[in-house]
Structures are given as structure tokens and as C-alpha cells.
Ligand binder design. Structure first.
Ligand code: NAD
Length: 246
């Protein structure tokens, strides 16, 4: 039987790489995108049933080129995981317009453009979309004017996609991770934020990349065949506390 195809953006490390490995374990083949060509080469080299797709998800021409490459090489797309993203922590008055635009380009334009490019293939396969938001898109804070706003928009993007594409049998859901010790998070989580997260989360710890991957792969699989337009917070219980972000 032909393996279904998952196209994962930002797959060279962190949550994207863990998700790649879980899809492979479950019998999928994976098109691994990343803007970091060297890290993508290193991450994909030891893996079987993967296609490395270097490129920038925030560029419309690149989004179209990469999607064409995946469908031409692997025969279609059964799941698109819009995982690529960047972080930027800081108060509003210190957030330059250049920083704001960088966050919006990577975190919001990317998922829009990649989904637009992949939609014909997803309609053909009656496939699934999973967008990676964040608990920062569900709660406001003093530090996340750009990042939090981009992730809240990704949640609404998911709802729009679910409603628009439902009649074609395409599902769209969102995973909102809590803190995970990836390169992205560790660049902006100070020791104070790390300690505060440990106190704030009912599970009193950071999550792992593979714990987030489990939620993503589940929502892409047929086990979630009647689930669309949902936001699944994989966050150690943070949402349940009702308190503010550290
Ligand atoms: P990471 O930095 O380890 O991985 C992100 C990957 O995306 C990198 O390999 C990077 O090169 C790639 N990327 C960035 N911009 C790109 C672009 N324009 N085109 C292609 N690739 C690009 O970070 P991560 O923590 O694994 O983040 C994955 C996703 O999870 C992000 O969307 C992030 O916002 C989200 N998230 C992470 C956390 C956390 O605590 N780590 C929490 C909530 C949400």
C-alpha cells in the first residue's frame, strides 16, 4: 500500500522534527520543509521515506514551488502541518515594525500561503491541515504583542479553513502547545519565565516535542475523521488554570 504523505513545515528541528519521526513510525512518508538548508540536510539524511524541501514558507513563489515539488515527487498531500514559526518577546513600545513584520510573515503569512498552495492536493485526497498556534494565542501577556497576536490569528485562520474546506472533506485543526524546550523557546524564555511556567502549569513541567507531535499526528489521522475546526491545547493544563502567561 502507498504510504500517505505529510508535508511538515519547519521540520529540521524541534516540534517539526519530532512530528516527522512520529508520522514515519505510523507508516507515512514525510516531505520535510525548512528555511535552514544545512539543518534540514542533517536532520533528513538518516531518515527513510522523507523528501527534503528547503524553502521559505512566507514567500508565495516558494510556497507554490515547494508544493509542486511535493505533489510531483510523492504523488499528493494527505496532511499539511503548518509548524514553521519564529518567536519574538518584548513589550509593544520596543517592538519595531520590522520585528512585527518578521513575526507576521513567518507565523501567519506562511500558514496562509502554504495552505492556499496545498489546497488542490488536499481537496483531491480529502486531507487534513494542522496549524501550530500556541497558548500565547489564547492568552495575552506583557511580552507577546507580535508573537501572541500572530498565534491568535493562526487560530482564526484554522476556523476559516475548517468552515471553507469542510464541504470538500478537508479538515483543519489547530494545536496550541504550552512551553517546550526547543531552540525557539529557549531563545526567549528567561530563567524567571522558566521558573514561573513550572509553577503555573498544573503538570509543573515543560512538555516534550514528542508530546506535541502526538496531538498533531492524531488530528491528521483518520482517528480524528469527525473533528474539524478545533483548537487542542497540549499545554500541561495551563488553559484550565485561567491565569495569565508568565
Ligand atoms: P524551532 O525553532 O526548534 O523550529 C522551528 C523551525 O521552523 C526551525 O527549524 C526554523 O528554521 C523553521 N522556520 C522558521 N521560519 C521558517 C520559514 N519562513 N520557512 C521555513 N521554515 C522556517 O521551534 P519549535 O519550538 O519547534 O517551533 C515549532 C512551532 O511550535 C512554532 O510555530 C512555534 O511558534 C510553536 N510553539 C512552540 C512552543 C515552544 O515552547 N517551543 C510553544 C508554543 C508554540
Amino acid at each position: 500500500m502507498t504510504r500517505p504523505v505529510a508535508f511538515i513545515t519547519g521540520a529540521a528541528r524541534g516540534i517539526g522534527l519530532a512530528t516527522t519521526k512520529l508520522f514515519l513510525d505510523e507508516g507515512w512518508q514525510v516531505a520535510m520543509n525548512d528555511i535552514d538548508t544545512d539543518e534540514l540536510k542533517t536532520a533528513s539524511a538518516p531518515l527513510e521515506n522523507v523528501l527534503a524541501v528547503p524553502g521559505d514558507v512566507s514567500d508565495p513563489d516558494e510556497a507554490a514551488r515547494m508544493t509542486d515539488m511535493v505533489t510531483a515527487t510523492l504523488g499528493g498531500i494527505n496532511a499539511l502541518v503548518n509548524n514553521a514559526g519564529v518567536a519574538d518577546f518584548g513589550p509593544m513600545e520596543e517592538t519595531t515594525f520590522a520585528r512585527w513584520k518578521r513575526v507576521m510573515a513567518n507565523n501567519l503569512d506562511g500558514p496562509f500561503l502554504m495552505t492556499q498552495a496545498a489546497t488542490p492536493a488536499l481537496k483531491a485526497s480529502k486531507g487534513a491541515i494542522v496549524n501550530i498556534a500556541s497558548i500565547s494565542g489564547l492568552r495575552a501577556s506583557t511580552l507577546r504583542i507580535a508573537y501572541g497576536t500572530s498565534k491568535a490569528a493562526v487560530i482564526q485562520l484554522t476556523l476559516q479553513q475548517a468552515v471553507e474546506l469542510g464541504e470538500f472533506g478537508v479538515r483543519a485543526n489547530c494545536v496550541a502547545p504550552g512551553p517546550v524546550r526547543t531552540k525557539l523557546a529557549m531563545a526567549v524564555h528567561s530563567p524567571e519565565i522558566i521558573a514561573a511556567y513550572h509553577d503555573a502549569l498544573p503538570l509543573n513541567r515543560y512538555g516534550s516535542e514528542s508530546e506535541i507531535a502526538e496531538a498533531i499526528v492524531f488530528l491528521c489521522s483518520n482517528r480524528a475523521s469527525f473533528i474539524t475546526g478545533q483548537v487542542l491545547a497540549a499545554d500541561g493544563g495551563f488553559e484550565a488554570t485561567g491565569i495569565g502567561l508568565p
